[in-house]
Ligand binder design. Sequence first.
Ligand SMILES: Nc1ncnc2c1ncn2[C@@H]1O[C@H](COP(=O)(O)OP(=O)(O)O)[C@@H](O)[C@H]1O
Ligand SMILES: [Mg+2]
Length: 353
Amino acid sequence: MTRVHIQDLSIKFGSNEVIKHLDLDVHSGEFLVLLGPSGCGKSTLLHTIAGLNPVSGGSIHIGEQDMTQAEPSQRGVGMVFQSYALYPTMTVKENLAFPLKMAKTPKAELERRVAAAADMLQLTALLERRPAQLSGGQRQRVAIGRAVVREAKVLLLDEPLSNLDAKLRTDLRRELKTLHGRLGNTMIYVTHDQVEAMTLATRIVVMHQGVIQQIGTPAEVYDKPNNLRVAGFVGSPAINRVEGQVGDGGRFAAPGLTVALPAVLASRPQGERLTLAVRPEHVRLGAEQPFEAEVQLVEPLGNQHVIWLACAGSTMSAVLQGQPEVQEGAKVRFGFEAAKTMWFDAAGERLEA
Ligand SMILES: Nc1ncnc2c1ncn2[C@@H]1O[C@H](COP(=O)(O)OP(=O)(O)O)[C@@H](O)[C@H]1O
Ligand SMILES: [Mg+2]
């Protein structure tokens, strides 16, 4: 088992500082997911752990060893890239064996490892095929297998599922989780897909412009986001935001609605700008609710529906289970589940409520 310990890491390309004084402790055996929008530095961080980028400052320890300046082959990490390049003229078996051949692994050991990886990834029946005779999902399994045969203590995966169609992505996502259970090694997985992050991760690291915004379990990141950026990045449809200010009588006032502030926030100065945020599944519809809106659109999702509401110039979404009894264009009343409402200050930081 191997931990990865990153301290005060900076990575620059010319004058562009892509990773900014980053600290991260990846626990031994965990499935850590780096999540963030395109361009935030996820691949750069992963490649740097693998030894493929020069470090501008700080250190990387893998296990107990300082690997900051070590060659990629010395680090004991395996890497799976987004665009998996298999050798087209080699069979699956030869593709799997290739990294071991390069490392001059003895024949018997090579055979054992290839067979084990093939078994784990359900490739045994396909060993004599060539990449052109495989589906996209099978090819990606071979690419993962090439990292697995090295029996690396740390596996780095950079958006390995993003080139697959939705159904395959879901299947392989489940397989990856099972694989992690069997291998028990440390995995660091990069994605911009929050569903992938939520379903795979033991912990999620949310990044923005080279800076970690939050590290937490999927539930922590979803239920207790540190700031509005994190809140907005996880969850679909995105969390609803209402901008307003502290009014009189411990109330929050926004266009079209006023809400009693939670007790701990009631004494904040009048006029202070706050943002109320509430997830679509915590918006309630019904005649007894306090606010009025017009239904703009009803999106059916089979077992649930997304109701898009227009209220005083802003748009809000509500997710309802089952068949909705609302019509587009109708006036409805809505409200928020008070215990699930989140509050953020003018800088976008969440306030404990
Ligand atoms: N080899 C490189 N040379 C110069 N700039 C780079 C290089 N690699 C990445 N960058 C820049 O670093 C930033 C982060 O890129 P990347 O790590 O690929 O983001 P992500 O994987 O989160 O989408 C981008 O602005 C990108 O242009
Ligand atoms: Mg990337």
